[in-house]
Write a protein that binds this ligand. Structure first.
Ligand code: ZN
Length: 251
């Protein structure tokens, strides 16, 4: 079965992502994406076929007031299995416009607290396995330069550009260090082990994640940022810094 999720990647963008459920799955597949303004359709094709990926599709904070519903069709290639189109999916009805406004405030408060743009690399959790994965033993190379130790080809999805308020860790009186953390607009795909890259090529691994809600809708997340070892293979993850553009000054 395929899972489909629609989330806010940043204040201006909805991203649709998908993944086949079940870790044992290992063959190429392609996805065609459809959209409708009504729960039951009619759906029109908006793109594809795509490889397993996260794609940016909509400008949410534009003039739009009605939610979109998405559906995908999956082509498993050689296996010649084709899922029927899967039912409509949308952002929570609450998210528009209530949480949309809350999210806007979240972004603003992040900017005011010296927020800046970061690149967020979600870890791949499905798709074709990397050649380093040994299916017999269930082992893989944690220092692989191809999958970056994730066991899935390419290792990470395309990065999201997010506004983040990064709070430096501090040494406490107790002698225990509080970790560095980042506050970001909530993204449903965030998980432990994702990678955050700052403009200066400072890289972090995401640790514990906590979620802040507004009217029961997740609007912000606080990520624990764990320093990346200088010898980690993740230091070699290719990064396109031009995606960051410039940081706007909060007004
Ligand atoms: Zn690998």
């Amino acid at each position: 079965m395929i899972s489909l999720s629609v989330l806010l990647a940043d204040p201006g963008t909805i991203r649709v992502s998908w993944g086949l459920q079940g870790m044992e799955y290992n063959c190429p597949y392609r996805v065609t994406l459809y959209r409708s303004e009504g729960f039951s359709g009619p759906f029109s094709k908006i793109g594809g076929p795509f490889l397993p990926e996260v794609i940016s599709v909509e400008d949410l904070l534009g003039k739009k007031t009605r939610p979109y519903y998405y559906a995908v069709e999956v082509d498993l290639g050689e296996a010649q299995v084709r899922f029927p189109r899967i039912g409509g999916i949308t952002l929570s009805a609450d998210l528009i416009p209530l949480a949309k406004e809350a999210l806007r405030k979240t972004i603003r408060s992040i900017r005011i607290s010296r927020g800046r743009k970061i690149l967020y690399y979600p870890t791949r959790t499905s798709g074709p396995y990397c050649s380093c994965f040994d299916r017999v033993n269930g082992r893989w190379d944690k220092a692989c330069r191809s999958c970056f130790g994730t066991k899935f080809q390419a290792g990470f999805y395309n990065p999201l550009v997010l506004h983040a308020a990064i709070v430096a860790g501090q040494v406490q009186d107790s002698g225990k260090d509080s970790p560095t953390s980042a506050i970001i607009p909530a993204i449903s795909m965030a998980r432990k082990g994702d990678v955050v890259v700052e403009r200066e090529n400072r890289r972090w691994i995401v640790g514990e994640i906590s979620v802040g809600e507004y009217a029961r809708v997740p609007v912000r997340q606080t990520l624990q940022l764990l320093p990346l070892d200088s010898s980690s293979v993740l230091q070699e993850l290719p990064v396109d810094f031009s995606l960051l553009g410039i940081d706007e000054v909060a007004r």
